[in-house]
Write a protein that binds this ligand. Structure first.
Ligand code: UT7
Length: 329
């Protein structure tokens, strides 16, 4: 580890659609209330795309911002990894579609499917390429248009999700800063707790699957909640253990933004004071794999991130999957 070159985030970007859907808006379409949504989730509003705007549109804008911040050109990019569960199409990959939009003609590009843990998975994958010297400029993007796969008549799920994209550029570090450790986990026995049942090869689209709304999100909320509370703490402690860092040394926690009660459980497990935790789910809801990079961007812009800090990213999601990254900023 000592001689290995670390991978470092040198640019961050994000893009959020302008259209806001408040809890009050949802009260008009499903049997819910602003009070219920706020108290059970912490969400107040979310962003959604206009008709015709795609996942690759959001991802490309976040990517361009991250590249500008890192001062790299599109020709410099060696690899694009896109974490998403709402790709423009089943195939080709959204990474290739973003590649075309940003003109990164020298890059390899692929998508990665790990539910809401997607950004952590993509970051861990990119880390390996940079640490080994295989690639020098890697774009890692989390982009989602959850509004396109939400059943807007299902109050159990439609209140939760939002659209957005975040991106980072990963490069070799010139010093001891950068990604200290990654930890990934999955348990396929929970695959059916959270899914989009139709549209793939097991249930190709038919009139029946559309009538049955099988192309929208299915979730067993209670089971996912229990799983999330368990793994958010466990994954955080595990990545700290891998890096040989005490939990008291964590300066900032950037958790997946799904539910405030899940975030609070992680805060408790790590014994952190709330000022050390980045929360934006009140404004954006759960943006799946975009939630962590958008929160990272906002923390950076709000000067919550400074040199020398140890920053912990942790997430969970469909698969079931979970993961954490520890960064020396
Ligand atoms: O990124 C990963 C994605 N998924 C998640 O992170 C979700 C994890 N799970 C959760 O966040 C929570 O389980 C939910 C927010 C989805 C639900 O909260 P809960 O406290 O677990 O509520 P519940 O499912 O136990 O439902 C309690 C009651 C039920 O009514 P009854 O059966 O007690 O009469 C639900 O039908 O609340 C009802 N309910 C609602 N009421 C008003 C469910 N959704 C709503 C709603 N408005 N939107």
């Amino acid at each position: 580890m000592e001689n290995k070159c670390r991978a470092k985030i040198t640019g961050i970007g994000m893009y959020l659609p302008e259209k806001v859907i408040t809890n009050k808006h949802l009260e008009a379409s499903v049997d819910t209330s602003d009070e219920w949504i706020r108290s059970r989730t912490g969400i107040e509003e979310r962003r959604v795309v206009e008709e015709g705007v795609t996942c690759s549109d959001l991802g490309a804008r976040a990517a361009l911002m991250a590249m500008e911040h890192a001062m790299v050109t599109s020709q410099d990019i060696d690899l694009i990894i896109v974490a998403t569960l709402t790709p423009d199409m089943v195939w080709p990959s959204t990474a290739c579609l973003i590649q075309e939009k940003i003109g990164a003609n020298n890059a390899a590009a692929y998508d990665l499917s790990a539910g809401c843990t997607g950004f952590i998975y993509a970051l861990a994958t990119a880390t390996q390429f940079v640490e080994t010297g295989f690639y020098k400029n890697v774009l890692v993007i989390g982009a989602e248009v959850m509004s396109k796969i939400v059943n807007w008549e299902d109050r159990n799920t439609c209140i939760l999700f939002g659209d957005g994209a975040g991106a980072v550029v990963l490069q070799p570090s010139q010093d001891s800063t950068g990604i200290l450790a990654n930890y990934l986990g999955s348990d396929g026995r929970g695959a059916h707790l959270l899914k989009q049942p139709a549209g793939g090869s097991s249930l190709p689209p038919t009139y029946q699957t559309i009538d049955d709304k099988l192309h929208t999100i299915y979730m067993n909320g209670n089971e996912v909640f229990k799983f999330a509370v368990r793994v958010m703490g466990e994954a955080s402690l595990k990545v700290l253990e891998i890096a040989g860092v005490d939990k008291e040394e964590v300066d900032l926690l950037i958790p997946h933004q799904a539910n405030m009660r899940i975030v609070e459980s992680a805060i408790k497990r790590l014994n952190l004071s709330p000022e050390k935790v980045v929360v934006n789910l009140n404004k954006y809801g759960n943006m799946s794999s975009a939630s962590i990079p958008v929160a990272l961007y906002e923390a950076y812009m709000n000067q919550k991130i400074c040199e020398g800090q140890k920053i912990l990213l942790v997430g969970f999601g469909a698969g079931l999957t979970w993961g954490a990254t520890l960064i020396q900023w």
